[in-house]
Ligand binder design. Structure first.
Ligand SMILES: [Zn+2]
Length: 259
């Protein structure tokens, strides 16, 4: 395990089985896996890359302010499993809730969505299931760069730790406020680092080049976004005032939070 900036525990010795593993659910998906120095070093490189830019710094500062640990673990394959250890990570009574509450992107298989509401208190520990180097189609690779995918997952964790996790539908193709928030920050991060293919929904195939969308009927894309998504934007601002205030100062071509 590598500890990065005190809070991040990059731990390849435990992992999560894919959500579709037959007969395995909840905390039972936590298994012991084979330690991989390469995995842990790779995640550290991604975290350093995220920390080197302004949006990444704002997101990581928010994590630091919350002050609770975040564990980044790989998705593991049954074939590589050594022993199944449901409570091995020491979450105690929290284990099942946290395991089922996870919104982790699991490589190419999409994300777990438990649909559970936040308790308001927040989890004691955040878990990110993150498997860089997962198989991607060419279309997915355009938007699923590893660093922006990790930023996305860290936003999910921030919301879980702050007790705002809410899987209820919000009536848009972002599915729920969790995905809306995570994809919005992911897209601002991408735009701020010069990558102008943005995700337009929670579906992998819904991506578009930013330049094609700067003007729709003469309306700037940021104004359009603010108009269409006024409600979830207001909710995100209300629930995460520090994070959204920080992001509002970021100069990026795509940044609907900028005021
Ligand atoms: Zn997500």
């Amino acid at each position: 395990m590598i500890v990065w900036r005190e809070q991040f525990r990059i731990d390849s010795s435990h992992g999560f089985l894919p959500a579709d593993t037959r007969g395995v659910s909840g905390a039972n998906r936590v298994v012991r896996s084979v330690h991989s120095e390469a995995y842990e070093q790779h995640v550290v490189r991604l975290l350093n890359r995220i920390a080197s830019c302004r949006v990444g710094t704002i997101v990581l500062n928010r994590v630091a302010a919350i002050g609770r640990p975040i564990r980044i673990v790989p998705r593991v394959d049954l074939r590589h499993r050594v022993a199944q250890t449901p409570a091995a990570l020491g979450f105690g009574n929290q284990t099942d809730r946290i395991a089922r509450g996870i919104r982790g992107r699991e490589g190419e298989n999409g994300e777990v969505d438990s649909g559970r509401d936040g308790t308001g208190r927040g989890a004691n520990v955040g878990i990110v299931i993150f498997s860089p180097g997962a198989r991607l189609t060419a279309a997915q690779a355009v938007v699923y760069s590893e660093d922006s995918a990790l930023v996305h997952e860290i936003v999910h964790v921030i919301r879980a730790l702050s007790g705002h996790e809410d899987g209820r539908g919000i009536g848009t193709h972002f599915h729920n406020i969790e995905e809306f928030s995570a994809i919005l920050v992911e897209d601002i991060y991408r735009s701020s680092t010069g990558r102008h293919w943005l995700r337009e929904s929670h579906r992998a195939q819904n991506v578009g080049p930013f330049d094609d969308r700067t003007r729709v009927g003469g309306e700037n894309v940021n104004d359009l976004f603010r108009r269409i998504y006024a409600k979830p934007l207001a909710l995100f601002r209300r629930q995460e005032p520090e994070l959204t205030a920080g992001l509002a100062t970021v100069q990026a071509r795509f940044n609907p939070l900028r005021t």
